[in-house]
Design a protein around this ligand. Structure first.
Ligand code: ADP
Length: 297
């Protein structure tokens, strides 16, 4: 499985240029699409799942142009949109059964067995008879992923799956997704939450204002920030000066004032120690300092 995105542009009728000359190749495994709100992630996903035609450029999946092979591609993809909602009063299992029919599973017995297998996988077997629209927020997202998985899709696209979820549910959701990573499947995950891009993502892309600003592994993103994260112990007075001048990424109150971490191109003029960056630090560094650079690792 491979997705090849070539010179892709999306300009909405009101003139919003949501995607600007995107070129990107995505292989099997879990791939994270990261960027702030409005970066263009949903637009890119809607194009990939053939719900929207791009203004220009092309997307090939396994060499097939998505515009020319819509029906075939739709049968091999599962999609969890950002605003996934239930408008029905179907029971949880009935909803998934219905999704299975839509995905082309004609054999009722096999479908029901698959429904229960998936409900078990996403931890909803005990609530299989509850009305789907009465599930909690986290449970609804998990039912969302189950409906994206039914019919054994080769390409699974999930748009902002953890928005609005509490930390427990977020971890649970991430674990479900990473368990799905198999050799023959692409899982494309879009998020504005850096922590969602876990070590299980073999590759990632960073979008900002419609442009691709980084493509590579999460480790490489972190590597770019090495030597640019500093820890400082500051008096309240110094803290004000630092806040003015640097990108502060964390602050902890301590007895003498503040324990602060910043990202900066050069070492600050205050006494500081270098800190090994994590992915959150790297994201801030990249968004603040590297926006003009296009890097492929
Ligand atoms: P993200 O998913 O990263 O938040 P989107 O793809 O939703 O980004 O949006 C990218 C840009 O396109 C934003 O400026 C947004 O306002 C604009 N946009 C999205 N959908 C539409 C639309 N239907 N009509 C006009 N502009 C849109």
């Amino acid at each position: 499985m491979k997705i090849e995105i070539k010179d892709l542009n999306q300009i909405y009728p009101n003139g919003n240029h949501a995607l600007k000359d995107i070129n990107l190749e995505i292989g099997t495994g879990m791939f994270g699409l990261l960027g702030p709100n409005g970066a263009g992630k949903s637009s890119l996903m809607r194009i990939i799942v053939t719900l929207m035609k791009p203004t220009s450029g092309s997307v090939l999946i396994d060499g097939m142009d998505i515009q020319k092979h819509r029906e075939k591609l739709r049968s091999m993809l599962g999609y969890l949109p950002q605003d996934f909602r239930f408008f029905t009063s179907l029971k949880t299992w009935e909803f998934l059964d219905y999704s299975g029919s839509l995905a082309g599973m004609k054999n009722r017995k096999a479908r029901i067995a698959e429904v229960d297998r998936l409900l078990d996988q996403v931890g909803l077997l005990e609530v299989r008879d509850r009305q789907a629209n009465r599930l909690s927020g986290g449970m609804k997202r998990r039912l969302g992923i189950a409906q994206a998985l039914i019919g054994n899709p080769k390409l699974i696209v999930v748009d902002e799956p953890t928005t609005g979820l509490d930390p427990d549910e977020r971890i649970r959701f991430r674990n479900i997704l990473s368990q799905l990573s198999r050799n023959d499947v692409i899982i494309l995950l879009s998020t504005h939450i850096v922590g969602d891009i876990s070590s299980t993502c073999h590759g990632m892309a960073l979008l900002n204002k419609g442009e691709l600003v980084f493509e590579g592994s999460p480790e490489n993103l972190v590597r770019h920030a090495e030597g640019h994260v500093f820890r400082l112990l500051l008096s309240p007075h110094e803290y004000d000066a630092v806040k003015e001048k640097y990108n502060v990424i964390s602050t902890l109150p301590v007895e003498s004032g503040w324990d602060v971490q910043i990202v900066s191109d050069n070492p600050p003029e205050f006494i500081s120690t270098q800190v090994f960056p994590n992915i959150e630090d790297a994201y801030v560094y990249f968004m603040e300092h590297k926006l003009q650079t296009y890097i492929i690792d």
